[in-house]
Each structure stands twice: as C-alpha cells, then as structure tokens.
Design a protein around this ligand. Structure first.
Ligand code: ADE
Length: 229
C-alpha cells in the first residue's frame, strides 16, 4: 500500500525523512515530494507549507500524481482543551474549518451548501493509533480539531472556536486535508502534538516547542506505519 505522510512545515517532515533513511526527491508545483520505502510500504512524504490552500494542493498531488491510497498527517497544534499540555498527542476523530463563514445566509459556522461542518477521520486508523499509543506507553487523546487560515494567539478566539465547534485543538491544515480525502474516498488519520495553548504566549511557545513536539508526532506516525498491513 502506498502511504502519504504529510506535514505543513519542514520541521514536521524532517524527523520522518531521518527515520526512513534513503529517498528520491521529486519537485512538483512548488513543493518537494520524497519517495521512500519503509517496512514494506511505499511512502510519499511532503510538507505543504502552512495553511488550507497549500495543504489542499499537496494532499491532492499525493493522490493524483503519486498514487497514494491512505494519508497520515503529522504536525503540531495549539491546545483548546486545558487537559492538553505541551508535547501531548491528539488524534482527530473529526475536523471542521473554523474560519469558513457564510452565516450571513443563515448557515452555521463551518458549513457551505453541499459540504458538511465535520469530516470524520478513518475510525479504524484512530483505533489502530490507540493500540500504538498503548504499546508505546503514551497517552493519546481522541478529539475534534478545528482548522483555519489564522495562527491563533488570543484566548477569546480560542474560546470561541472551542465553544462553536466543541474542538479540543486547533491548527491550519487538518480540515482542508480531510476535505480532499473525504472527496476522494481516501482513509486518513491526523495526528498533532501540542506546541502552544493558542493564547497570548502562543508565538513564543510555538517557536520554543515546534521542533520537539514535531518529533513526538513524527515518532508516533512512524510507529503507525509499522502497524499498517
Ligand atoms: N499550530 C500550532 N499552534 C497553532 C496556533 N496557535 N494557531 C494555529 N495553528 C497552530
């Protein structure tokens, strides 16, 4: 099975590339795609650049150009749920776009006609992740992730997103990747390690913990690959 592993930033995919060792590099539409094999699987690895547009392009490219049949996302997120501390892991059970807003036409936040507010991640991959967490002796929270084209560094916005979407964490790519996978019938799993609390200190905390949290997430994703038949 050919597996796509995506991140948004180089810091999120560098630990994956280190783990797989040898790879071939392809350039397409402004991004680099790394082909590798690991534990009997063909992998295509890439970081998209930050945000919903670039992540949509990268996910689509991984399926349409490189033939990936399943997608794993590895990266960092800001916490909404106060139980989530720096370095903690969250697996998305469902994702929504918190900045998608046509409420002027009486639609709820995150909804456009013919779309849906929440897109569910593949339940069997989430279940597999819970087994992997147990094996690694790690705590993995299952929860809702909210995505938008904004770095959130404001407790008021954080609370609004939490209250509106009942979300546990927020980031800038998950829901757009989920939309692509949903439309193309590709099973997907989105993992994030917490880098900040999306509050006044978020940019400082993000800079400080991006690398270490990205490694936490990447190590977990590599273990997931080992468990996929
Ligand atoms: N990714 C990690 N932290 C974030 C934040 N505070 N806002 C948006 N995306 C993030």
């Amino acid at each position: 099975m050919k597996i796509a592993i995506m991140g948004a930033m180089p810091e999120e995919t560098a630990p994956l590339l280190e783990r797989v060792g040898e790879y071939t590099v392809h350039e397409f539409a402004g991004n680099k795609y790394y082909e590798a094999t690991y534990k009997g699987h063909d992998l295509i690895i890439a970081y998209s650049k930050i945000g919903k547009v670039f992540s949509t392009l990268t996910a689509t490219t991984m399926f349409q150009k490189f033939g990936a049949e399943l997608l794993l996302f590895s990266g960092v997120a800001g916490a909404i749920n106060p139980k989530l501390k720096i370095g903690d892991l969250i697996a998305a059970t469902k994702l929504a776009q918190h900045d998608l807003d046509i409420t002027a036409f009486d639609h709820p936040h995150g909804f456009v006609p013919e779309g849906k507010i929440f897109i569910e991640a593949d339940a069997s991959l989430v279940a597999k992740a819970m087994d992997v967490a147990k094996e690694m002796g790690l705590t993995l929270m299952e929860g809702t992730i909210a995505t938008g084209d904004q770095f959130i560094a404001d407790p008021v916005k954080n609370k609004w997103i939490g209250d509106t979407f009942n979300a546990d964490a927020l980031e800038m790519e998950g829901a757009s990747v989920a939309c692509v996978c949903d439309a193309m019938n590709i099973p997907f799993f989105i993992l994030r390690a917490i880098s900040d609390a999306a509050d006044m200190d978020a940019s400082f905390s993000f800079d400080k913990f991006l690398k270490s949290s990205a490694v936490q997430s990447a190590n977990f994703i590599i273990k997931m690959v080992e468990h996929i038949e």
